[in-house]
Design a binder for this molecule. Structure first.
Ligand code: UD1
Ligand code: CA
Length: 419
């Protein structure tokens, strides 16, 4: 069995994004796009992943895992130069090497596995992933010889009018025999127009040397999309969103209207939970079984909701743990709170969790009843089975003892605001 490693190209500035943020850090469904790509190469069996970085080196490095080795590309001289910057890390490595662009978040593990399989079965020097798109503008086109074999990849800027009509494109995902790649790489010359070294030129070099080149076409063309602009980003977001929602529906979650429901990557939801329209669920949210969420609910990161709980319209919940059988049915905000089982959060309840500098916790005990329009100024504790009357302001650091009732508003001047 051959070993598999990968190079993820993620150093580009992403000029066409017109953004301060490095392109590969732009989120798709709440997750930086390069993370999807790294997950895919790992899923396909790559054991060591060299991630080529430059722009916002430290920020991208932060999101890398244990098996990812950040490699700095000193000057952005093109995709071939990016690969060359990893060469010294691969001394003596002669097995298979995936090279993947960091801006293809829709790529799937199955496809890359199939690419590696074909590469190994055919014994090719390079196997290129291709896609046939209805609009191939901007991509490198796959140029085939009379025998139908791929002999070159032509970039948009260098393509003739006839070549531009080719709909089969280079996805930017290749499986190489590492030794062949590094033997052919020095043959790449600087592109005249863009003054960059194009990795895609390696194909022509290999073809001239009569080395075997294979291609694999994606069954789903969308997988091949490269994200270069905010327009591309929005298109990828839509596709990824539908994939996420479809998976939830297959797992037994009811989504009344997928068109108005937004769920990020890395969310867990139990079966028989119903998500009503216009609901936004951000990453790192966990929801149990048999809950009802929405319509018009926003669950922000690190919210955990156990089973049989109802979260209704115009509610926002952030960094909060909510127990079983809780009702929070109308326009309320909970932030940094812990809510026990069977508690009732009345309409208009607000945890005032931020004092202008720090966030503070609110504890609401089991079976507590929070009356409508209450403000709980954190930190505060509402005991087990306690009641907070409608319109009450629970002042900072107050404790409502278990089973007790608190009412009233402490609306009095307590001194000057501290700057
Ligand atoms: C590239 C391919 C093109 C293919 C398309 C697929 C080349 C020359 N062209 O074009 O054939 O159809 O992807 O989406 O490879 N990068 C670096 N260092 C650099 C330059 C780029 O790491 O010096 C990284 C970028 O961060 C990006 C990836 O390489 O993740 C591709 O670069 P990009 O500029 O997006 O290439 P395309 O023009 O899209
Ligand atoms: Ca690209």
């Amino acid at each position: 069995m051959k070993e598999l490693r990968s190079i993820v190209l993620a150093a580009g500035k992403g000029t066409r994004m017109k953004s301060q943020l490095a392109k590969v850090l732009h989120p798709v469904c709440g997750r930086p796009m390069v993370q999807y790509v790294i997950d895919v190469v790992k899923g396909a069996g790559s054991l060591k992943n060299y991630v080529v970085l430059s722009h916002q080196f430290e920020a991208v490095k932060q999101i890398l895992g244990e098996n990812e080795i950040p490699v700095k590309q000193e000057q952005l001289l093109g995709t071939a130069d990016a690969v060359r910057s990893v060469e010294s890390f691969l001394k003596g490595y002669a097995d298979d090497l995936l090279v993947v662009c960091g801006d293809t978040p829709l790529l799937t593990v199955e496809t890359v596995k199939a690419l590696v399989k074909k590469h190994q079965q055919t014994g090719a020097s390079c196997t290129i992933l291709t896609a046939v798109l209805s609009n191939s503008t901007g991509y490198g086109r796959i140029i085939r010889g009379m025998d139908g074999r791929s002999i070159a990849i032509r970039e948009e800027k260098d393509a003739s009018a006839d070549e531009k009509k080719i709909m089969e494109i280079n996805v930017g995902v290749y499986c190489f025999k590492a030794a062949s790649l590094f033997k052919a790489l020095p043959g790449i010359k600087k592109n005249r127009l863009k003054k960059e070294f194009y990795l895609t030129d390696v194909i022509e070099i290999m073809a001239e040397r009569k080395w075997k080149i294979e291609t694999l076409e994606t069954s789903d063309p969308q997988e091949g999309w490269g994200i270069n602009s905010k327009v591309d980003l929005a298109s990828a977001e839509k596709v990824m969103q539908l994939k996420i929602l479809t998976k939830f529906m297959r797992d037994g979650i009811t989504i009344i209207d997928p068109g108005t429901t937004y769920i990020d990557a890395n969310v867990k939801i139990g079966a028989d939970t119903v998500i009503k329209p216009f609901t936004v669920i951000e990453s790192d949210v966990r929801i149990g079984r048999n809950c009802v969420i929405g319509p018009f609910a926003r669950l922000r990161p690190k919210t955990v909701i156990l089973n049989n709980t109802e979260i209704g319209n115009f509610t926002e919940i952030s960094r909060t743990k909510i127990g079983n059988n809780v009702f929070m049915k109308h326009f309320s905000f909970l932030g940094d709170a812990v809510v026990g089982d069977q508690a009732n959060i009345g309409a208009g309840t607000v945890t005032a969790n931020f004092d202008g500098k720090n966030k503070h916790q609110t504890k609401i005990g089991k079976q507590a009843f929070i009356g409508s329009d209450s403000v709980i100024v954190a930190p505060a504790t509402i005991g087990k089975g306690a009641v907070v009357g409608a319109g009450c302001v629970v002042a900072k650091e107050k404790i409502v003892p278990d089973g007790h009732v608190m009412v009233g508003v402490p609306g009095r001047v307590i001194g000057k605001r501290k700057q």
